[in-house]
Design a protein around this ligand. Structure first.
Ligand code: CU
Length: 642
């Protein structure tokens, strides 16, 4: 066994993944040949928070590195949850969980394509559509959803949509083979049913987004170079990132993608905690079209595919610009073998306009500071869509998650009857159904320590009267959210609604509890009926805020196994207990996103659409914490003095 002097939150190394796989296989408990064991999930099992805190205080702690593994043993609808200690070389937990499905497996997805290529009914449906070269048919296996259908029972299935490419390189989504759908058993590679609701003509255009098809290209863009002659201002040691007064650890989870741990801010000689852990716990893309080809589409891209599993290797000067530091993602493939995805996480600094400014009108003295932010990002490609996740840290103690949505829309071919009431035309003969992209971020918050409370703060007019004789008065009203059910909340931009997370045992210089506020954007909630399949499965998106007491096993907003789940798991189940959430170790779950009414401008590839939220200090500091940012030399003149 390798002696490891690592941090408890260090990302899994290749050696640790290799050891974990060996320990699982050597245990002999799988009961099937090693070559048939599939590793559906391999990730760090978070160590106890107290152990991390003790380690960070410099105390001697005994590290026990544990790996959480989800095994798939054959073409079944059960998984085995395993916890392995690579420190002790032991299997600590081995539990069969019945009637759940892990994320879709890539290797099985390839088996699905092969099964369809050989299926006579599928081929007959392609013949009815005049498809001559079947090698140009693009098949997209989708998570099937949970509708109580016979096909779903005891099986891990997918629903497949198809597109006809004009050449192997072009944009398949330009030419959907509308009306054609197949149910396939992924575990067994068996076609269960081919549905053909009728032939719709192929849209006439190819929808290329390649430069060679979109000329003449603009010729008036001059080079824009970002140079930092002395390098960037942050340091990276293992997965510990330090920048300005911020410090945090960065990791990649197969399902959640980017994970931030122990986010803290240096104030004097202490690091004050802000977050213990932050990640996108789940996301869903529910489609709002009632037709047989699209009504079932509701992809949980974290839990059914995996934002880390689908992360890109990023390219210098394209995905990220400037002085870049990358982190690789060391992960296990579906056979449990250690692999490295190079450049999966990008870190760099950006100039972000002005940080603060004032011109004294009487003296003419101006002081202005440039704002700079640290960007930690990754991009996941999930089928047709791309999702970029950008965590920003600012010099004034605020931080932000921005999600960038791009890629290609899920499309439908439409005949002369037009797109109907639930899709928009985006090109001749081609429409895109209305849909939403709803994310849930899990914020294991820790403002100046683990014991926090959440207040909903609405700024509202005061009633006119003796206290408000001119009718102009307004003030924030803070309401303590005392229990889980009371803490299921929605945004209200008309009241400037925010949620303040306070530590009531710490006060600032003016006697207020130290706090941060979660500042939402004007975001929708889930539009599907609460009783619908996706309404039951994605209940996390029916509210913008949830608060729970911290439990280490409550990690995923729609439960651990959303694939084919019939609903009710995760946040709705946990919060039904209505546990108290006052002055205790709490987790905030924030749902946000966009309702996407497709435009022609979104075709053939969608310009980035943005969503996200911010965490902003409110009384965490005693004054503007960015007064000590030095003035920069401003080219022609200076940024301070007269
Ligand atoms: Cu969209």
């Amino acid at each position: 066994m390798v002696t490891r002097t690592r941090h408890p939150l260090s990302s899994l190394s290749e050696d640790e993944i290799t050891d974990a796989r060996r320990i699982v296989l050597e245990s002999g408990r799988a009961g099937i040949p090693d070559g048939d064991v599939r590793f559906a999930y391999v990730g760090l099992c978070d160590p106890p928070k107290d152990l991390v805190r003790a380690h960070d205080r410099g105390e001697d702690v005994v590290l026990d590195r544990q790996v959480r593994i989800v095994l798939l043993l054959g073409p079944v609808a059960d998984v085995v949850e395993v916890t392995v200690s690579v420190t002790r070389g032991a299997v600590d937990r081995w539990v069969v969980v019945e009637d759940v499905r892990p994320p879709l497996q890539m290797e099985e997805a390839i088996g699905v394509l092969m099964a369809l290529w050989e299926d006579p009914e599928w081929n007959a449906a392609l013949d009815r559509r005049g498809v001559e070269d079947k090698s140009l048919v693009q098949i997209d296996p989708w998570p099937a959803g949970g509708f109580g259908l016979e096909h779903e029972k005891g099986r891990r299935i997918t629903r497949c949509l198809a597109y006809l490419r004009h050449s192997t390189e072009d944009n398949g989504y330009a030419r959907p083979l509308e009306g054609l759908l197949a149910f396939v058993d992924m575990g067994r590679g068996e076609v269960l049913e081919v549905v053909d609701t009728g032939v719709v003509p192929l849209p006439p255009q190819l929808g290329s987004y390649y430069p060679e098809d979109n000329g003449p290209l603009r010729t008036d863009l001059r080079p824009l170079a970002i140079t930092q002659s002395e390098g960037p201002s942050f340091t990276v040691d293992g997965n510990l990132v330090q920048w300005q007064k911020w410090s945090l650890r960065v990791a990649m989870d197969p399902l959640e993608g980017l994970v931030l741990y122990t986010v803290g801010y240096a104030d004097g000689d202490q690091i004050r905690p802000v977050l213990f852990r932050a990640s996108v716990s789940e996301m869903v893309v529910p489609y709002g079209h009632p037709g047989p080809m699209h009504s079932w589409k509701s992809a949980f891209d974290a839990g059914e595919w995996g934002l880390g599993r689908m992360a890109n290797s990023l390219t210098m000067g394209c995905d990220c610009l400037g002085e870049i530091v990358y982190l690789d993602d060391v992960y296990a493939d579906e056979r449990g073998r250690a692999r490295t995805r190079p450049n999966a996480i990008c870190m760099h600094e950006e100039d972000y306009g002005i940080l603060w400014k004032h011109l004294d009108m009487s003296t003419g003295r101006a002081e202005v500071r440039r704002s700079r932010r640290l960007v930690i990002s990754s991009i996941a490609t999930v089928g047709n869509y791309e999702y970029g996740f950008y965590w920003y840290f600012y010099q004034d103690g605020s931080m932000q998650l921005e999600v960038k949505l791009t890629g290609i829309m899920s499309t439908m071919a439409v005949g002369e009857e037009g797109p109907g009431g639930f899709a928009n035309m985006v090109a001749p003969g081609l429409a895109a159904p209305f849909h939403q992209h709803l994310f849930n971020v899990r914020l294991d918050i820790e403002i100046d320590g683990p014991e926090n409370s959440v207040f909903e703060v609405d700024t509202v007019p005061a009633p006119p009267g003796k206290e408000n004789p001119w009718g102009n008065a307004f003030a924030p009203i803070a309401t303590l959210l005392e229990s889980e059910l009371a803490a299921r909340r929605r945004v209200d931009p008309t009241r400037s609604r925010s949620w303040k997370i306070a530590n009531r045992s710490k006060v600032n210089a003016v006697g207020q509890p130290t706090a941060y506020k979660l500042l939402p954007v004007a975001t929708p909630t889930l539009l599907a009926d609460p009783e619908s399949s996706v309404g039951q499965r994605a209940t996390f998106a029916a509210h913008n805020l949830w608060v729970t007491p911290f439990r280490p096993d409550e990690r995923r907003a729609a439960g651990d196994y959303p694939n084919q789940h019939t609903g009710g798991a995760g946040l709705p189940a946990w919060t039904a207990q209505d546990r108290p959430v006052v002055d205790t170790d709490i987790v905030l779950w924030h749902s946000f996103g966009v309702t996407h009414i497709p435009r022609p401008e979104d075709w053939p590839v969608m310009p980035v659409e943005y969503t996200g939220f911010s965490l902003i200090p409110v009384g965490f500091f005693d004054r503007n914490p960015a007064l000590d940012v030095p003035p920069t030399s401003g080219g022609e003149g200076h940024c301070h003095g007269d």
